[in-house]
Structures are given as structure tokens and as C-alpha cells.
Design a protein around this ligand. Sequence first.
Ligand SMILES: NC(=O)c1ccc[n+]([C@@H]2O[C@H](COP(=O)([O-])OP(=O)(O)OC[C@H]3O[C@@H](n4cnc5c(N)ncnc54)[C@H](OP(=O)(O)O)[C@@H]3O)[C@@H](O)[C@H]2O)c1
Length: 291
Amino acid sequence: MVGTAITRQCREAGVDVHYLTTRQEKIREEPGYRGFLWDPAQRTLDPRSFDGVHAVINLAGTSISQPWTPSNKRKIQQSRTDSLDTLFRHMKTNGKGQVEYLVSASAIGIYGHSFTDYHMESSTHTGEGFLAETVRQWEDAARAFEALEMPCGMLRLGLVLAGKGGALPQIARPVRFYAGAPLGSGRQWQSWIHLEDAAAMFLFAVHQQLEGVYNAVAPNPVTNAKLTRQVAEVLNKPIWLPRVPAAILKLLMGERAELVLGSQRVCADKIKMEGFTYTFANLRPALEDLL
Ligand SMILES: NC(=O)c1ccc[n+]([C@@H]2O[C@H](COP(=O)([O-])OP(=O)(O)OC[C@H]3O[C@@H](n4cnc5c(N)ncnc54)[C@H](OP(=O)(O)O)[C@@H]3O)[C@@H](O)[C@H]2O)c1
């Protein structure tokens, strides 16, 4: 999802894109746009994918929206660390070529659950659960590139809102059928970002060669209750159902309920100070654009 938006913005700006995919059927070759196969679990990639490449954007990782069985949890973590390790080993063995910079996706799931904390990148209140541990391992794998003396950035993505894909269509679907309701207390913070801003932030990181960790969220996080209410307003539907109790969500989703009940209020100041400007800083216009 994010990769497709980045690719579109690159092509609009006349920037050529090589992309790595694990799936043969996704390979295309057009002027300025070419796909290559890799298999991070086997540490293999098509070396031609690096020809003429100046910057690498890493987004790879299997979806976290699947049952968190022990085997899926392993896949969720390893698909992220294996991808970075495959890129690292390739550059260590074959040289960096023209590559000057790498930026990797990360996630705000690293921060601890809180209704009151406001997380800066320097926050020491990190989470305890599976998501936080996954992100820690992911960022450690990205930091390995420092050994190649290559500047490396990490963008901690919040909830990426898109018209197709990601969480928003799943939030909007029950609302469209008059069955929308806040989840749990509804007080949990949702630090969201519009897909186009998320994509633009990766390209901004490349242009500025941003090093270290940056929160990739809009400057105005909202609570789950406000997000649900604003989705309903934009769709012109009522919210009449009571909140879905946290206990029911935990029963239905198990440990994965952390995805909808977790609260992270995340600060966007650091990237703003670098000069990044948002097209969608507030939720309402973002939802009007997407829905
Ligand atoms: N969307 C969000 O709200 C959000 C929030 C925080 C963080 N993030 C992170 O940002 C990244 C991009 O998010 P997204 O929403 O664009 O995700 P996405 O649409 O699921 O894209 C991730 C891509 O990773 C590749 N992939 C899947 N399994 C893989 C494996 N085992 N090994 C290597 N690659 C694999 C797939 O590409 P191929 O099929 O082409 O191989 C897939 O298209 C993800 O790592 C995600 O965890 C997203």
C-alpha cells in the first residue's frame, strides 16, 4: 500500500523506481519502473535490482492483521528483519554501488500504551508486548547499516489511512451499515497519517538523507471515539450503538486486540522541524479526501 503510493509520487516526479517483490506475478517492466524478485527468507535477491540505484526504501513485512499464532508471530518478525538483513548482506558483499541512503519503515507500536503520554522519538516509555518487541528487532536490523557507513533513517508509521487497503475501509464498513461504534473505552489515541503524506515523508527522508528515528504521524492525533464519529459524519451515517466492550474484543481477537485497544499519542514535531509539510494535518479533510 505505502510502496504503491511512493512509486506513484516518484513517477510523477520523474524519479525511476526499481522494486523488489517476493511474487513473480507482480513483476513489471516499463520505462522508469521495473520489478525484481527477492526471497528474504533465503537471503537472495536479483543483483540487477541495485543497478543505478541511489536510495533504498524498505517497507517489506508480512501483514500484522492475521491471527497471532506462534508461527505467524515468527513470520511477522522474521519477514521484517530478514528483508533488512538481505539488503545489508548484499551491500556488504557486493559493495554499496551508487546507494547513498537507506530509509526503513518502522512503527509507533514501539511506544508503550498510555492515555496521557505524548511520545517523542526520544521517549523511554516503550511497550512490553509483541508489537513493541517486533519493532525493536526491526529497528535494530536497520541500525546494522551504520556499519556500512551509510546514513540510515527509520520512519515510525502511525495508522496509515487510505481509501483502499489498511485500517480505514475496515473502520468505515460497519459505519456504512449503521453498525459503527467506538472500540473499548474509545479513549485510546490513534496517531494516524494520510497515505499521501506517509509516502511523501519517505521521499522527504530520501531528499534530506534524514538519519535516525522520526515519527511518521499527522500532527493531530485523535481518540478512537473521535475517529469513529468523524468517519460517520463524513459518511453521513449515525452512530447509535454503544461502545464495543474491551472484554468482548479481547475474547474475539485475543492478544491481537492490542491493535485496536492500544493507545499511543505520538508527536510529529521532529519531522516538522526538518521542514516537512503535510497536505493533511487534520483528520476531517483527510477523511473527506479518502471516503
Ligand atoms: N499501513 C499501516 O497502517 C502501517 C502502520 C505502521 C507500520 N506499517 C509498516 O509499513 C510497511 C508498509 O506498510 P503497508 O501498509 O504498505 O503494508 P503492505 O501493503 O502489506 O506491504 C508490505 C509488503 O511487504 C511484502 N511482504 C509480505 N510478506 C513478505 C515477506 N515474508 N518477506 C518480504 N516481503 C514481504 C509484500 O510485498 P510483495 O508481495 O511484493 O513481496 C507487501 O506488499 C509494513 O512493513 C508495515 O508493517 C504500516
